[in-house]
Design a protein around this ligand. Structure first.
Ligand code: NAD
Ligand code: ZN
Length: 394
């Protein structure tokens, strides 16, 4: 039996075609009928051929839907329940899961591709078919599925699979406290959710750095952030001038495909381009912009293998980080996949209570069939219209 799913065919090429229909494989699995699944900036790294992903992967790690089948060992879920699945697949009983570090589950990815942690539809993250499809199998479902009210908030709830908790995670890694000033590099969906989380947590001042005008506008409008456009001058100098000194905390929501602000010929499309990238630039900018002993949260993705890297060292994940300066400033940093389960229940309740509504980040909701065009246009980030967050409806 088959269902339709979004399949990676090679560099900048996806198609919607029949893929294996997910089935119950273990007693604690459920299968859901997907109602919403999102395209992520993380998918773009694979889409652009900038990871070791082989063609054939079914993409998608941000998925919500209605339970259509339950395994014999499932006790907390029933057919008809509405759930959102964290992008992490986690067992719930290993040492890391017990500590709430579900992004680093030690049981779900034993093929050795990554040291710990699993996810749906992602290179190296285990055998879990992606959710940009009509159905998804959710393993260890009692642990992984977050239950939702039967109706309402479809857009906001879909963001609980990844970007809202991941933005929140960025501010947790940076140990953001009420009153702190914070610089968030990147105004993509993750950066915008980090800035929104900072606002909810009572940050004193928020700076958001990018060059895509529509994204900076969203940061100003919905996160009370001061937008900094790095096309208009050195971003660190702009932050320090506006703030009157270094900020308390910093978040990297860009990752290794960072555009070098000093690149003079950036062009006016906003897609990634290795010739114009500097994979260490955002971390080094944070080291400069954050005050001594300040903390850096780094949810932006870094990889040990980048086939399209701008140089040989970066191709092996070795970056020129200003570690001496970091040491001198006594700064600390936190990295890694977001532990979605550590936050998604509380954030869900903020949405239910009307205290948070992240749906403003959604720019498009379209049929699954339109995925190829959406990938192409989201990759450009802005053309005739802003592509901030694309939701697919199977
Ligand atoms: P995105 O690609 O849409 O956004 C990145 C933004 O950074 C773009 O708007 C781009 O213009 C901007 N940018 C590029 N160079 C910059 C620079 N030098 N300074 C400031 N801004 C710059 O992606 P996204 O969906 O927002 O994801 C952001 C990053 O977070 C990606 O690396 C993604 O893989 C990663 N991610 C990590 C996790 C996690 O669990 N840690 C989860 C989801 C996404
Ligand atoms: Zn994602």
């Amino acid at each position: 039996m088959s269902i339709n799913g979004v399949v990676y065919e090679g560099e900048r090429n996806v198609s919607v075609k029949p893929v294996d229909e997910p089935e119950i494989e273990n007693p604690n699995d459920v299968v859901i009928d997907v109602t919403t699944t999102c395209i992520c900036g993380s998918d773009l790294h694979m889409y652009e051929g900038r990871t070791s992903a082989d063609p054939g992967i079914v993409f998608g790690h941000e998925t919500m839907g209605i339970v259509s089948e339950t395994g014999d060992g499932v006790s907390s879920l029933a057919v008809g329940d509405r759930i959102v699945a964290p992008f992490n697949v986690a067992c719930g009983f290993c040492e890391n899961c017990e500590d709430g570090l579900t992004g680093f589950c030690q049981n779900v990815n034993q093929t050795g591709d990554v040291p710990a942690g699993g996810a749906y539809g992602y290179v190296g993250m285990g055998p879990y078919q992606g959710g940009q499809a009509e159905k998804l199998r959710v393993p260890y479902a009692d642990f992984n599925a977050l239950q939702l009210p039967d109706e309402g908030h479809e857009d906001s709830f879909s963001l609980l699979a990844d970007i809202f908790p991941t933005g929140w995670h960025g501010t947790e890694l940076a140990d953001l406290q009420p009153g702190d000033s914070v610089a968030v590099f990147g105004a993509g969906p993750v950066g915008l959710m980090a800035a929104y989380s900072a606002k909810i947590k009572g940050a004193g001042e928020i700076y958001v750095i990018d060059r895509v005008p529509s994204r900076l506008e969203l940061a100003a409008k919905h996160c009370d952030a001061n937008p900094i456009n790095f096309d208009e001058g050195d971003p660190v100098e702009q932050i320090i001038a506006e703030h009157g000194g270094e900020v308390d905390k910093g978040v990297d929501a860009v990752g290794y495909q960072a555009l070098d602000p000093e690149e003079t010929d950036k062009g006016d499309d906003y897609s990634y381009n290795p010739a114009k990238e500097n994979p260490a630039i955002v971390i080094n900018s944070l080291i400069q912009a954050v005050r001594p002993t300040g903390k850096l949260g780094i949810p932006g993705l870094y990889v040990p293998e980048d086939p399209g890297a701008p140089d040989d060292a970066a191709a092996e994940g070795r970056l020129g980080i200003d570690f001496g300066k970091l040491f001198e400033k006594g700064q600390s940093l936190g990295t890694g996949q977001a532990n979605v389960k550590a936050y998604n229940r509380e954030i869900r309740d903020l949405i239910i209570e009307g205290r948070a509504d992240p749906s403003w980040v959604v720019s498009h909701r379209v049929d699954l069939e339109e995925a190829p065009e959406m990938y192409d246009r989201f990759d450009n980030r802005e053309g005739d219209t802003a592509f901030t967050k694309v939701l697919l409806e199977p």
